[in-house]
Design a protein around this ligand. Sequence first.
Ligand code: SF4
Length: 92
Amino acid sequence: MTNLTPIMEKTHAWATGYAQRKGYKLNPDQEMVQLVVEGLSRNREELGRQYCPCRIVSGNVEQDRKIICPCVYHHDEIKNNGSCHCSLFFKQ
Ligand code: SF4
């Protein structure tokens, strides 16, 4: 991971801690992690919430709540596919 802004560092630290707490791991591909962390951080800065960068933000607050990372879908996605839709969190 290179050239992380402070907000990206914070997001990365959060994702690392979250993965550990839940028994997941981050994608071993650091470049992919960096891309997702960048997208999450951008959404946090520009939209005020850490929306999933791999899904469409609709503008409907209720609907969009579901895609604030960690989204409501990720446990099932990791269980069924080995990783979440963005390939940020992986099965151990
Ligand atoms: S798919 Fe879900 S858990 Fe994975 S990065 Fe996007 S919001 Fe986060």
